[in-house]
Design a protein around this ligand. Structure first.
Ligand SMILES: Cc1cc2nc3c(=O)[nH]c(=O)nc-3n(C[C@H](O)[C@H](O)[C@H](O)COP(=O)(O)O)c2cc1C
Length: 367
């Protein structure tokens, strides 16, 4: 943990509820972190080493990016690169603006290093985010690293009309992301996870493909999976989505499962509905990464996410089949210095295991 974070950030944030703490961080970063001075300062503390990896025809300085949900409204894009991430995913964005579920809707279980959230896609809506991103580009504040957009279904739209809802958001945000993650796996929008299979999945992908054809530009589409699906259902979703031209898999979203609580705080946190993220998710996330790698035959990149908070957990995700990685919860429990410490550890692992690049380690466990 960085000394600045340990002295000022973490203790201050302990006294406010999780969502308020998060809002404060984003607000500070969207002001201070977007200035040249702010970026220089963040970069001097959090800079990560180079561990280049190529995916989706793009060069990533190293594999680790910021997961969806942290910067829902794309407010602090420059800060994430200054904090050492090599890419970021903003959103989830829906076609229509949404308040999300009533508060409180984010809870910590510190001893488990886990979060429970039932945010419910609170976001300003695709058109407002587009406006912000146009302004950002006009003021020369577009980050110099790959940016993904996470797209969810609007709550007021039924699954029968989900295809138009996703493709409308995609259309609106098309010029404002390098990759698009189709989130059909959040547990906090009723019925959303049914979109992972069958006719629903094919109509969402077909409709998004139509937009891609119309735009005439081959931006990658990634499918984000739930850790709670049965293995057979994961295989079916992957096969169906590969047949429909999906370019990558994100494994995984949060889980509705809960570990056995070990104290009052975790008992309270775990009694809330919503998705669990952080350390207890790691083992299932690894299984889904492995499953996805085997199922895709290593033909398309897997993004590993879920409980990554150290170079060991990051290495396990890579050797299980992830080409790129993301984290969210570790930012809350470890602070931003977790990014450079993971990348440094990965670099060391590559050297120790005598690989010439990180790419060689992807899926190594299955050889
Ligand atoms: C408060 C919160 C909000 C999230 N919002 C989204 C979201 O909008 N879309 C999405 O695909 N995933 C969302 N996620 C899931 C994360 O992107 C990630 O898949 C999950 O937290 C597991 O990673 P972690 O263990 O590193 O936190 C959210 C997670 C949290 C904790």
């Amino acid at each position: 943990m960085g000394i600045g974070w340990r002295i000022f950030g973490a203790p201050a944030l302990k006294f406010v509820d999780s969502e308020t703490a998060h809002k404060l961080s984003i607000k500070t970063l969207s002001k201070f972190g977007e200035t040249n001075a702010g970026q220089m300062m963040l970069n001097s503390v959090y800079k990560s080493p180079e561990l280049p990896v190529e995916a989706f025809g793009k060069l990533f300085h190293h594999p680790l990016g910021l997961a969806a949900g942290f910067d829902k409204g794309a407010e602090a894009l420059l800060s994430w690169s200054a904090m050492g991430f090599s890419w970021c995913e903003y959103g989830g964005i829906t076609r229509y603006p949404q308040d999300g579920n009533p508060k409180p809707r984010m809870f910590r279980a510190n001893k488990h290093r886990a979060l429970i959230n039932k945010m419910g896609f609170n976001n300003p809506g695709a058109s407002e985010v587009k406006k912000r991103l146009i302004d950002r580009k006009a003021s020369d504040k577009w980050p110099k690293f790959p940016v993904a957009a996470n797209i969810g279904r609007s709550k007021k739209v039924s699954n029968e009309h989900a295809a138009e809802d996703y493709s409308a958001t995609l259309d609106i945000l098309w010029d404002h992301a390098d990759l698009f993650v189709l989130n059909v796996s959040s547990p906090n929008t009723p019925g959303l996870r049914e979109l992972q299979s069958g006719d629903h999945l094919s109509s969402v992908l077909t409709s998004c493909n139509r937009i891609r054809e119309r735009k005439g530009e081959n931006k990658p589409f990634l499918l984000k999976l739930s850790p709670d699906s049965q293995d057979e259902d994961i295989s079916t979703s992957i096969t169906a989505s590969m047949n429909l031209g999906i370019d990558g898999i994100v494994a995984t979203n949060t889980t509705i499962k809960r570990p056995i609580p070990i104290n009052t705080q975790s008992r309270k946190a775990f009694s809330n509905d919503g998705g669990l993220s952080g350390r207890p998710l790691q083992s299932r996330s690894l299984e889904v990464i492995s499953k996805s790698y085997i199922e895709t035959g290593g033909k398309i990149p897997i993004i590993g996410v879920g409980g990554i908070d150290s170079s060991e957990s990051a290495w396990q995700a890579i050797t299980s089949g992830a080409t790129l990685l993301q984290l969210y919860s570790a930012m809350v429990f470890n602070g931003p210095s977790v990014v450079s410490s993971i990348v440094k550890g990965l670099k060391r692992k590559v050297r120790e295991e005598n690989f010439t690049s990180i790419k060689e380690a992807v899926g190594y466990k299955h050889i």
